[in-house]
Design a protein around this ligand. Sequence first.
Ligand code: ADP
Ligand code: ADP
Length: 228
Amino acid sequence: MIDFKDVSKVYENGSVALSHVSLHIGKGEFVFVVGASGAGKSTFIKMLSHEELPSQGSVFVDGIEVNKLPKSRVPYLRRKMGIVFQDFRLLPNKTAAENVAFAMEVIESPRKVIKERVRTVLDLVGLLSKADDLPQNLSGGEQQRVAIARAIVNRPLLLIADEPTGNLDPDTSKDIMETFKKINHMGTTVLMVTHDKQMVDLMNKRVIEIVDGKIARDEQKGGYGDED
Ligand code: ADP
Ligand code: ADP
């Protein structure tokens, strides 16, 4: 699913964000990426979506060599992934259902399919009863559920989450994590950047720790570790 081959990233100002990173993530895995602020986690994720390109090495996503992909093919790459952010990033003037539907409208899915699929994914994240509510009338946890529904509605192979529980209380975080687990069990690869020590320790999944742009630890069934 994901392969990094000796990937380094040096930004124009000379900042070394990644240094000789090689790793493989298989289809269907659930992987946490941890590390202190500035370690290179965001840069790692940006390599997957062609938001930043490596200075050296190769990045493969589902067989596509991302660093050699022409710009015109980037939307095709991004359709393979859904992304969830810490701050939800919902459209404030659209209801939960409309936010989710929008992700399908931009790829010109037929209206009937959109209607069906939006209901299915809202049901999956446990939010069908709030389908017609605006984000401002939803709790943080509910807003994040909408964001997750939106990220998976086009059936991506890869679900990327950047600090998805960063703005949520521990109980809500636990529920959100269960939702990610469910989606993972349905076959979607999940890659999650987090500082949520409690959650990482609880989930008992693969943990990749980045320190100063290098992979310092890569453990199956790992814990959060003691940095931060
Ligand atoms: P993290 O997500 O773990 O906080 P980042 O990938 O954002 O780490 O940053 C890794 C390093 O690269 C840091 O030293 C950061 O300052 C630097 N960096 C990140 N983005 C840029 C950028 N656009 N230009 C220059 N330096 C950057
Ligand atoms: P486009 O960039 O072609 O307008 P979208 O922004 O609608 O496409 O994104 C298409 C898909 O890619 C969506 O599933 C979206 O969540 C995902 N996506 C968009 N930007 C990123 C990114 N920076 N990293 C990872 N996935 C992304």
